[in-house]
Ligand binder design. Structure first.
Ligand code: NAD
Length: 379
């Protein structure tokens, strides 16, 4: 039987530097019986050359040939409709496709008989799925990079530093939202010597924040808000207002604030108001990792835009930090997508079986229709 062919697309979204497979993963997939074709230039922005892919055993091809030959097309972010147009019945698209935000793309591909598999719907708490957890691997990169960006924009030291010229005070850094990215940000900021506090609405976060040596902010009179599957639930309007009031003093006292809060399927919760920003000292830095077209955790933040406010606070709308550290992010993502692809293989071919718990999560469309109830499909 002919080997399965996986095709690696060159990402076309503005500012996206990641690539779905790196040369090392090409070699691994080949030993699992998967041949790889890579679109020319796919890895260039993450510093993987076409020659690296060829040396690893892949074939470098143009986009047209890729779509013609690949059984499975691998990508990072969701392709535009035009880019996905050559996908045809029987082919499979795998990526971080954000299907809840892109129902039209999913519907269109499903209607054409394309199988759609999205890593963002992985059941992350299953231990056998952890090697495939791209949300976690990318959030780790983002949390780390957010701290470096903040440190770079902050015109003082993070650590307490004693020199002949005197002693500098350590930076007070606050992390709001302590999931994967937030905890990585806390750990990184601690390594740089900042005095770190953290807050999250999930009760489990307290122990995790404290285990990293940071202070957990107790919000008097604010309840916890654990939702399903380890995620937070959306706060009510009253809870939001109470939280915003409670956070304001803490924000005003901080030199650096990093926000990471998200609620699946909802717009990111507002945590830092314009009034809170106004109370911060000149030279302070705020990094909003939830900045998006839908709004972020910080009022006034805009995705991929850095603004110095009138009071001297630098506000960084950090929309796609994994892409900023494209080599590390692509390396981790390639391992995640290879692990998923290998999981889907049976006798050298893709075997879609939504009775498998992992596949029930990630398979969005198959056999001509949307099959994932989370995306509006009926299994
Ligand atoms: P996420 O990206 O969905 O959200 C980031 C954080 O924002 C979360 O911790 C969330 O609780 C918090 N948040 C939401 N609303 C908030 C608000 N109003 N105020 C403050 N914080 C708010 O989260 P994530 O990083 O994807 O992690 C989600 C959960 O999944 C966590 O419980 C994490 O431990 C868990 N997880 C488990 C595994 C595993 O079991 N292998 C792997 C990854 C993540």
């Amino acid at each position: 039987m002919a080997s399965l062919i996986a095709g690696v697309l060159r990402e076309r979204a503005p500012g996206e530097r990641r690539v779905a497979l790196i040369p090392e993963s090409v070699t691994r997939l080949k030993s699992a019986g998967v041949d790889v074709v890579v679109e020319a230039g796919a890895g260039a922005a993450a510093w993987f050359t076409d020659a690296d892919y060829t040396a690893a055993g892949a074939e470098v091809v143009g986009a047209e040939e890729l779509f013609r030959r690949a059984d499975v097309v691998l990508c990072v972010g969701p392709p535009e409709a035009e880019e996905a147009a050559p996908l045809r019945e029987g082919q499979t698209l795998i990526g971080l496709l954000d299907p809840l935000q892109h129902p039209a793309l999913v519907g269109e591909l499903a209607g054409r008989g394309v199988t759609v598999v999205s890593l963002d719907l992985l059941p992350r708490t299953l231990s056998r799925a952890q090697s495939m957890d791209a949300l976690t691997s990318q959030a780790n990169v983002a949390g780390y990079k957010a701290v470096l960006l903040a440190a770079d924009s902050y015109d003082r030291y993070f650590p307490m530093l004693t020199t002949a010229a005197g002693t500098s005070k350590p930076a007070a850094l606050l992390v709001l939202g302590a999931g994967v990215a937030g905890l990585q940000a806390i750990a990184t900021a601690r390594r740089l010597g900042a005095i770190v506090s953290g807050y999250d609405v999930r009760p489990a976060a307290q122990g995790e924040i404290e285990s990293l040596g940071a202070r957990y902010l107790k919000m008097e009179g604010i309840g916890t808000a654990a939702g399903e599957g380890g995620y937070a639930r959306q706060l009510t309007e009253d809870e939001t207002q109470a939280l915003l009031r409670a956070l304001e003093d803490h924000i005003a006292r901080s030199d650096v604030v990093i926000t990471t809060a998200r609620v699946p399927g909802r717009r990111p919760p507002l945590l830092v108001t314009a009034a809170a920003l106004e109370r911060m000292r000149p030279g302070s830095v705020v990094v909003d990792m939830a900045a998006s077209e839908l709004g972020g955790n910080v009022e006034l933040s805009e995705p991929d835009k850095t603004t110095v406010l009138d009071n001297g606070v630098t506000l960084i709308g950090a929309a796609n930090l994994p892409s900023v550290m494209a080599t590390a992010a692509s390396t981790a993502y390639a391992r995640n997508i290879s692990a998923l692809l290998t999981h889907l293989l049976r006798d050298g071919q893709l075997h879609i079986d939504t009775d498998d718990e992992i596949q029930a999560g990630v398979v969005v469309a198959h056999g001509g229709s949307v099959v994932n109830p989370a995306v509006g499909g009926v299994k």
